[in-house]
Design a protein around this ligand. Structure first.
Ligand code: FAD
Ligand code: NAP
Length: 323
């Protein structure tokens, strides 16, 4: 028989947004259920040092922070379930979702906190060599390249942090960027340029990841100069693609309003989507800030918005029954 879980507040996603919504929802007595998805703890599970989350004087570790957030949510009464939602029906309340496991989740309100996933360059050679030298997570895979030559592709915070992190394992890290200036915060740029293990290649586009054949995997990256068109080869054992993220919203396309970039749209200053009773928080609705603290902040907002929505809906129901 199909298992069904029902709750006043169903939360999809267990990153800082989903877990903050869970903490507030639980403390409001809504007994939230969090469907954790394929990456329990979200994006911060893939990083090491976090030094901009308020409340910690010393540098903390991303996975530790997320374990603490989850423990806090559970301590106040939120329930964590390990499943990934694959089907959505928000055409009527209560909303009905189906998990990968076949389990059905029913929520009087729905909080979407499904975050974002790494973007790839879209090259055939990239796909072919994923797990054989090409990765999108230095903190996950950097260790495998200790003492070897590696490259990071991108010019944002993620790329610079990945390059800096990789110097823990490699003395020869190249940052490859398609323009002549970085998008990353100045403080990170300063650390990057001060690090003599890192070389930056400007105005270079990746044409191809070069396969050494057999079990060898990646042996180099073919680059094209964006100004001259000249081709060159960089010999590396590891290539880390760090060019940003896609909002995880494919599931909601056609059900909930998305903007041109696929982010969930919300009413200004709130987490309300176009479907009454459905709220969105964190990176899935925020393409400007995309930080743990802003995700947590909007997670709090979503829980408060959902609580108020339920209070109003309950009041209307009582008033209708009395008429
Ligand atoms: P996410 O953290 O992306 O979590 C999304 C959640 O949704 C996951 O649990 C996933 O499993 C779940 N999910 C997805 N699809 C489904 C589904 N279909 N069903 C159920 N669940 C689903 N920010 C900082 O403030 N400081 C930093 O130092 C910092 N470092 C970073 C380092 C890296 C390498 C990266 C990639 C990001 C970093 N960020 C940092 C940004 C920060 O991690 C994100 O802004 C934040 O995690 C967003 O939180 P979120 O809860 O919105 O989404
Ligand atoms: P991002 O800021 O969107 O930067 C993506 C980078 O990749 C840009 O430099 C972009 O180049 C480049 N790029 C995009 N598509 C490309 C392609 N097809 N080929 C080559 N290069 C490509 O993404 P992010 O660095 O992942 O950061 C995402 C968010 O998370 C940001 O808001 C960031 O502040 C946050 N974050 C914060 C921290 C921190 O606070 N410590 C750490 C990591 C991430 P252009 O510059 O030319 O567009």
């Amino acid at each position: 028989m199909t298992a069904t879980h029902s709750t006043r507040m169903l939360i999809l996603g267990s990153g800082p947004a989903g877990l903050s919504a869970a903490i507030y929802g639980a403390r409001a007595g809504l007994a939230p259920i969090v469907v954790q998805g394929i990456q329990p703890g979200g994006q911060l599970m893939t990083t090491t040092d976090v030094e901009n989350y308020p409340g910690f004087r010393e540098v903390i570790q991303g996975p530790w922070l997320m374990q603490e957030m989850q423990a806090q949510a559970e301590a106040v009464g939120a329930q964590m379930l390990w499943d990934t939602i694959v089907e959505v029906d928000v055409s009527q309340r209560p909303f009905r979702m189906v998990g990968d496991s076949g389990t059905v989740y029913v929520g009087d309100t729905l909080v979407i906190a499904t975050g974002a996933q790494a973007k790839w360059l879209g090259l055939d050679s990239e796909k072919l060599l994923q797990g054989k030298g090409v990765s999108a997570c230095a903190t996950c895979d950097g260790f495998f390249f200790r003492g070897k030559k590696v490259a990071v592709i991108g010019g944002g915070n993620t790329a610079v942090e990945e390059a800096l992190y990789l110097t823990n394992h490699s003395h020869d890290v190249t940052l490859i960027h398609r323009r002549d200036s970085l998008r990353a915060e100045k403080i990170l740029q300063k650390r990057l340029f001060a690090n003599d293990k890192i070389t930056t290649l400007w105005n270079k586009k990746v044409e191809r990841f070069i396969d050494g054949g057999g079990v060898t995997g990646l042996v180099g990256i073919e680059l094209k100069d964006m100004e001259t068109g000249e081709l060159s080869t960089l010999d590396v054992d590891g290539g880390f693609v760090a060019i940003g993220h896609h909002p995880a919203t494919e599931l909601f396309r056609g059900h909930i309003a998305l903007d041109d970039d696929g982010y969930i749209t919300v009413d200004k200053g709130t987490t309300r989507t176009n479907v009454p009773g459905v709220f969105a928080c964190g990176d899935v609705m925020d393409k400007h800030y995309r930080q743990a603290i802003t995700a947590a902040g909007t997670g709090c907002m979503a829980a408060l918005d959902a609580e108020r929505f339920l209070a109003e809906a309950d009041f209307e129901q009582v008033a209708e029954a009395a008429e």
